[in-house]
Design a protein around this ligand. Structure first.
Ligand SMILES: C[S@@+](CC[C@H](N)C(=O)[O-])C[C@H]1O[C@@H](n2cnc3c(N)ncnc32)[C@H](O)[C@@H]1O
Length: 218
C-alpha cells in the first residue's frame, strides 16, 4: 500500500494525509455512474498526488476501451475527452508533478497496451499538454496559482470530427455558479440569466483545433 504520509511537517502545515485505495473506491462508488461517464467533469481542489483523479481516469478509460477499443482514432478522441475532463489543484508543487505524471502514465499504459507500435506521439503530447493545464499548483482557498495570478482552467469540448473547442474560465467564476450571490468583483467573469442564475463567462476563447494540435495553442 502507498504511504499515506510524506512527513510529519507536511501533515501539520498542509493537512497532507493521502487517502487509501479502498476508501477512494468506496467514495467513488457513491457516484459510480459519473465516474464511468467519459465526459463527466471532476475537479478536486486538494488533489494531492492524484489518488482520486487517477481512479476516475482508470474507470473512464475502461469505458473508452469497451466502447471504442476497435477503432484507434475513436479511442484516441475519447481518451482525450476522458483526460480533458479531469481537473485538480494542490498547493504543493511536488504533489502536482506526481499527479500529472501518474495520470499521464495511466493514459500512456492503456494506449500502448492496446495499440502498441501504432501509438502516435502527437496523441501523447496532447495528453501531456492537457494535464499541464488541468492539474495546477495553487491555493484552492484564495483561488490563486503559484505565481499569484488567478487560477484559470480550460474547458475542453469535442466539436465535429477531431476538432476541439477550448474556453478558459477563472476558478473563481466557476465557483460562483453555485453561489446565490456573486462574490467579490466578478462582474467581468460572470453573467446572470433572467432567473438570476450565475453563468460563468470565459476570459478567453480559442479557435477550433484538432485534438492532436492543442499543444500549439500557446
Ligand atoms: C488530506 S490531503 C488529501 C490529498 C488527496 N486528495 C487524497 O485524498 O489522497 C490534503 C491535500 O491538500 C493540499 N492542500 C492543503 N492546503 C491547500 C490549499 N489551500 N489549496 C490547495 N491544496 C491544499 C495538501 O498539499 C494535500 O495534498
Amino acid at each position: 500500500m502507498a504511504a499515506q504520509v510524506k512527513s510529519k511537517q507536511r501533515v501539520e502545515e498542509h493537512g497532507e494525509v493521502f487517502t487509501n485505495e479502498r476508501e477512494v473506491n468506496d467514495m467513488l462508488d457513491m457516484v459510480k455512474q459519473e465516474t464511468e461517464r467519459i465526459d463527466s467533469r471532476f475537479l478536486e481542489p486538494a488533489c494531492g498526488d492524484g489518488n482520486f483523479l487517477s481512479e476516475v481516469l482508470r474507470r473512464k478509460l475502461a469505458v473508452v476501451g469497451e466502447r471504442y477499443g476497435r477503432s484507434q482514432l475513436e479511442y484516441e478522441r475519447y481518451m482525450f475527452v476522458a483526460v480533458s475532463s479531469i481537473y485538480g489543484v494542490d498547493i504543493m508543487a511536488d504533489n502536482v508533478a506526481e499527479c500529472r505524471e501518474r495520470l499521464y502514465g495511466i493514459a500512456e499504459d492503456e494506449y500502448e497496451h492496446r495499440f502498441k507500435d501504432e501509438c502516435r506521439a502527437e496523441v501523447l503530447d496532447s495528453i501531456r499538454y492537457l494535464l499541464s493545464k488541468n492539474i495546477q499548483c495553487g491555493d484552492a482557498l484564495t483561488l490563486t496559482a503559484a505565481d499569484g495570478d488567478p487560477i484559470v482552467f480550460p474547458e475542453w469540448s469535442l466539436a465535429m470530427g477531431s476538432k476541439v473547442r477550448r474556453r478558459d474560465f477563472t476558478f473563481a467564476a466557476l465557483l460562483n455558479v453555485s453561489a446565490e450571490e456573486p462574490t467579490f468583483d466578478m462582474l467581468d467573469e460572470i453573467d446572470q440569466d433572467e432567473m438570476g442564475k450565475i453563468i460563468p463567462k470565459p476570459i478567453r476563447e480559442y479557435p477550433l483545433t484538432s485534438f492532436l494540435e492543442v499543444a500549439k495553442y500557446e
